[in-house]
Design a protein around this ligand. Sequence first.
Ligand SMILES: [Zn+2]
Length: 376
Amino acid sequence: MTAKETLAQLVSIDSVSARSNVKIISFLEKRCESMGLAVKKFPYADDLGIEKVNMVALAGAEFSDATSVELALVGHTDTVPYDSNWTEATTLVERDGRLFGRGACDTKGFISAALLATESIDLKLLHKPLALIFTADEEVGLIGAKRLADQRPLRARYSIVGEPTSLQPMRAGKGYCLTDIVVRGHEGHSAYPVLGASAIFRAARVIGHLERIAEDLKSRLHESFDPPYTTLNVGLIRGGTAKNVIAGECRFTLEWRPIPGQPSNYPLELLQKALAEEKKLDNGFECEVVASRDDKGFEVPADSQIVKQLETISGKTAGTVAFGTEAAQMIELGAEAVVMGPGNIRVAHQTGEFVPIAELDRCVEILRQAIEFSCL
Ligand SMILES: [Zn+2]
């Protein structure tokens, strides 16, 4: 099967994160077993009780308490949902040298390339073990990869995490953190402000602090990123019940993307200091901070062997990504991890997502050379 035919099969299996990924994992399991790889599945039930599976396949090693591989290629099997008007979302369509379909770019193109690259190598010649890792629930918070990192099924020295980067190796990524903030006050008739306390006025003061914190964060630079500092955003806000009622509650989200090297909870520490000041000035002040995401960023040195090697093979200088990836979990498993794959992140998650055929084929060649370099 060619990379394109493999991709057509993968795209035909609907693996939107909300569904079980059992079907696509079965397909990958058969492909890996036919190459003689040792396969182990790590099933779990997601929050809604739906069965999800992470899978690890090994060449040149068996599963044990101390499984260790030289190189791990990682692809997530789930995709974002697709618009019901995109009738060909699960049918791979070729047009103008591009392959269209949900997941074609993010990240089934990379998975096809990883399978083809592995199939092109005489695995009996491997001196050092290779792993293929296929995860679930990446698009809904890296859940599968986080579980796998906790279960520690293997250690890896190097890892290539598939995400659409137009085949540019990416050696660092910002983290992603999210909190819900609930500010409370006391309701009352708006004609008599002294009878209540406005949660919205209080929230506005907190947001004023956050705007200053966002400015403070610009003083710590990581020049590899654009923008080169930790950014924060208040994306959603809701408060009050009526125009003539003093607001009793105001809620908003606070999201930030920490640069690697800076503790991911640093903005939260600055916020807690600001909240302590507010409490001194307003003794009824009440604000609850509920953290829901703390995904760390990652960074591999520019002179790491895997970075240098992928720069040479791809002919592209390593860069950085501003979106979340499973590289952080691979680093937890001991790896120096680089993010790279065919297709462009700007067309991922869109109706009409596609991967250029030339990039898909080029990715097979890059991964083949990377396996040879690391494992032969
Ligand atoms: Zn992805």
